[in-house]
Design a protein around this ligand. Sequence first.
Ligand SMILES: [Zn+2]
Length: 285
Amino acid sequence: MQGNAITDLYLPPVTHSLEEVLQMPALSQRCSFSATLTYVKPEIQSNLPRQKELLLYVTDTSLQLAAETSRNPRVLKVCVLPSCALDRTLQEIFSKKIPCNIFFKDAVHENSGIICLERTVLSLQKPLLSCTSGTSERTGPVRLDGLDSSTEANTICTVKGLVVGVNESESYSWPVCNLCGSSKLQPLTQKSCPYHCCQCTSDISSPVIRMQLEVFLQCEARPQCKVRLKLREETISSLLGSCSSEDGRYERSAVLGKELGPVHCYVLCAANSLSLEEIRLLQAG
Ligand SMILES: [Zn+2]
């Protein structure tokens, strides 16, 4: 009869929507839910054991379709502690940043947020091939919260604003090898082949110019705040348009006064000044 007793004690997990999970009192309760992965931080490698916590940014239709007046976030941060074992497939998906739906069984709802630790089980919900970007056909692309006075560090949001300055010390360009992508280039004296790549030992006739640009934004959502934003190269190119020369040089005036966004961002710091970095949400393909 002991076998029966054990069976009676086991309660199968009740699956909740993320909205319901957020309504539960945060008293270290176990909760189970399924959600769409939209972003992973930091980058991990699938073949290395995880030493640090992993942040998964997830959402579902209950958050995406909530009324504008809802106090819930559009996307929820889930912290996966190293003690939560991840199977190979998931670890690979996180390292390759493949969008997918995940079932979280027995995660813990704490005051600080949702945590995955020992005995929390993460599993892939659908075969990889059928995974699509976004939450569902009903909601279209994933919506994030806009930057506002409640924005906290280590969250993701959208930002838009007017470029009012360039952070010169964090803005520069450098040539990389057009064959292997290495930045270990040695200048040559020949005009036709200006560099030699130390990585693939080729003479490079047309190096690729990589750019980094960090701007200061004036945002309506945080008028009193200095907002610093590190841009992705695609955005830099579209911002500069035809204003940058072949070697990556550009005039500050080409950037200043331009409207930027909305772009997706990761919030690095949200104290006196806001420090953001533009991100790309997980996308199929
Ligand atoms: Zn090379």
